[in-house]
Design a protein around this ligand. Structure first.
Ligand code: HEM
Length: 239
């Protein structure tokens, strides 16, 4: 029987390719990420990591969570708050906007935190190992694309508690593999990992949709101001 870390990589391989090829991730890779895209992404990441990290904290003694609980090295919420304050100012909390897909993702995280804490490993894997992999390259590209000064508004990408992402990923995989799961639980975790990627893809697509609606409103408003009022950004279940 294979290690969980190998199995999880295998079952999510195809989803990873789809995630990389979302419009948002392609903008990053082409060095064309814009400030509006990045700001909206940060808003969604805030909701996602708040749910993930609150549920990890609450379940930190659960046998399937304890081995992969690394708040000092991995926790993102403070970094995201710093970035949001940088871009939106001190009243950033009132300015956060997220697509419905982000709410569905965070709702799922809170649900499994309560009902199936052993599935948290699938979500932690998907986000944190991604942040420590492709995320490191994306951070540098984002800085250049948006012309930001070194590190400003980019705390999300920085892991000061992780000196070697590759070594840390090795440790993380070995901790994942030490989690004892029944066959049924293991299958549940693998399924949940595919779902976790799917949630991320939906979030990225949701963001792009919000941006294209906002862009259309602006284009319309220059020719027909009446078309805009009262109709700003009406995306079902979002605002
Ligand atoms: C691993 C690139 C988006 C989740 C990796 C690796 C690269 C990479 C180069 C390292 C592979 C290895 O070390 O063997 C990218 C690029 C992306 C992207 C260029 C988009 C522009 C994403 C997204 C997610 C994600 C959106 C999930 C939300 C992961 C995970 C791993 C990983 C979980 C660890 C795989 C493992 O070793 O088990 N990615 N990635 N990636 N990525 Fe991505």
């Amino acid at each position: 029987i294979k290690d969980l870390s190998e199995q999880i990589k295998e079952v999510t391989k195809e989803s990873h390719v789809r995630a990389e090829n979302t419009e948002l991730m392609l903008s990053f890779q082409r060095g064309q990420v814009t400030l509006p895209q990045y700001k909206l992404l940060l808003c969604s990441l805030y909701e996602i990591y708040r749910a993930l990290e609150e549920e990890m904290d609450r379940n930190s003694n659960h046998p399937a969570v304890a081995p992969i609980y690394f708040p000092a090295e991995l926790a993102r919420i403070k970094s995201i708050e710093k970035d949001l304050e940088y871009f939106y100012g001190p009243d950033w909390r009132e300015k956060i906007v997220v697509p419905a897909a982000t709410q569905r993702y965070s709702h799922r995280l809170r649900q499994i935190g309560k009902e199936n804490p052993e599935f948290l490993v699938a979500h932690a894997y998907t986000r944190y190992l991604g942040d420590l992999s492709g995320g490191q390259v994306l951070g540098r590209i984002a800085q250049k694309s948006m012309g930001l000064k070194s590190g400003e508004g980019l705390s999300f990408f920085a892991f000061p508690g992780v000196s070697s992402p590759n070594l840390f990923k090795q440790l993380y995989r070995s901790r994942m593999n030490s989690v004892e799961l029944t066959a049924e639980e293991r299958n549940g975790v693998l399924e949940e990992a595919v779902r976790a990627f799917e949630f991320n893809i939906q979030v990225f697509d949701g963001l792009q949709k919000m941006l294209s609606v906002a862009g259309n409103e602006q284009r319309q408003s220059s020719t027909d101001s009446k078309a805009v009022h009262g109709k700003t950004l009406q995306i079902p279940g979002t605002f």
